[in-house]
Design a protein around this ligand. Structure first.
Ligand code: PLP
Length: 368
């Protein structure tokens, strides 16, 4: 059997998602478990999306619209684009995959930063490409370093902005300098999954470059975060018309399910919910920073809905001990951050419980 396996795929270390609440409850016999591990929306799904889904239940015997006509129309209005500049995916993760499957051949080079979203190397490797990681400057992407790595085999560059798991961002100025150095034959994918939470004044928006006609620039967005629809799996890419038409040939005809399309349309109309989410995240971060300062713990200021914390101990141990107390966070060991945990901004009570348990666990492990 083993001889059937492709070595580039067989050598992959699978992506480890945040552990589900139900699994932890079962395993540890806990009644109450708080999950602050997957950067989900603590407020639940957009209420408008919930209402639209309730009404749509009776249509679920029908296949979805493979062209996602209404959703594209709705997004077109939102961003002043044409429907042909959009590609809709089963989560923005699927669009990462479509890009890799559509463009990469054996021996191509994909460049990104170290300590960034692990799906980029994983999918690049599946497609036979070499994934080049550029060291960070502090906790941030080094765009100049990435530009310096471009060679004749480079096809695709991934830039998570804000970045997961560090929460840092690349500024408008950095992006302008970078774009001036990248040849047109190289695709630059700005993964803007967390853009709704970014509030830095010099935060760039890749959409503007696409609108200005830069055909090699791609922006990825998702409904999983600010709209609270992670379970439905729906995201989109804003791309040039040529790329959209090309990726249409790569994707499955019904890649995005009917319920997800309906919920996404409704969620786009739910400005109140988006605002509420943003406010909650922004206040939650402020509270968390204050409390972490009091505890004397180092963290990385974040433009996203999570915060990276240096616990100065084996993060896996801290994760395990916190789990026993019913709080799920993420140890960032797989990202080469052996003493860091990442915590999603939850409700105020959840953050209070997180802090209580973190302090308890750090004491237990002899840290304070
Ligand atoms: C940087 C980044 N991009 C994309 C995604 C995936 O989003 P989606 O749920 O749309 O597939 C995530 C999710 O955690 C992420 O952190």
């Amino acid at each position: 059997m083993k001889e059937l396996f492709k070595s580039n795929i067989d050598s992959i270390v699978p992506y480890e998602p945040g552990r589900p609440i139900e699994e932890i409850q079962r395993e540890l016999g806990l009644n109450r478990v708080i999950k602050l591990a997957s950067n989900e929306n603590p407020l639940g799904p957009s209420p408008k999306a919930v209402r639209a889904m309730r009404q749509a239940i009776r249509e679920m015997h029908l296949y979805p619209d493979g062209a996602a006509y209404y959703l594209k129309e709705r997004l077109t209005k939102e961003f002043s684009l044409t429907p042909k500049q959009l590609v809709i995916g089963n989560g923005s993760n699927e669009i990462i995959e479509l890009l890799a499957r559509g463009f990469l051949v054996d021996g191509d080079q994909v460049i990104s930063s170290e300590k960034t979203f692990l799906v980029y190397p994983l999918i690049s490797q599946v497609c036979g490409a070499t994934f080049v990681t550029v060291p960070m400057k502090g906790y941030s992407y080094d765009l100049a370093g990435i530009a310096a790595k471009i060679n004749g085999r480079t096809k695709l560059i991934f830039i998570a902005n804000p970045n997961n798991p560090t929460g840092t961002y690349v500024s408008f100025r950095e992006v302008e300098n970078f774009l001036a150095k990248v040849p047109e034959r190289v695709l630059i994918c700005f993964d803007e999954a967390y853009i709704d939470f970014a509030d830095a004044k010099d935060f760039p928006n890749a959409l503007n470059y696409i609108k200005a006609g830069m055909k090699n620039v791609i922006s990825l967005r998702t409904f999983s975060k600010a709209q609270g629809l992670a379970g439905l799996r729906i995201g989109y890419g804003i791309v040039s018309e040529e790329i959209s038409a090309y990726l249409d040939k790569v994707r499955q005809p019904f890649n995005v399910n009917r319920m997800a399309q309906i919920a996404a349309c409704a969620a786009l109309d739910d400005k109140t919910f988006r605002l509420k989410t943003k406010r909650l995240v922004s206040r939650g971060k402020k509270y968390l920073y204050e409390q972490l300062d009091k505890l004397g713990l180092e963290y990385v200021p974040s433009q996203a809905n999570f915060v990276l914390i240096d616990v100065k101990l084996d993060a896996k141990k801290v994760f395990q001990e916190m789990l026993k107390e019913g709080v799920i966070v993420r140890a960032m060991t797989a990202y080469d951050l052996a003493s860091h945990i990442r915590v999603t901004i939850g409700m105020r009570e959840e953050l209070e419980e997180f802090l209580r348990v973190l302090e308890l666990v750090l004491k237990r492990l002899g840290k304070r």
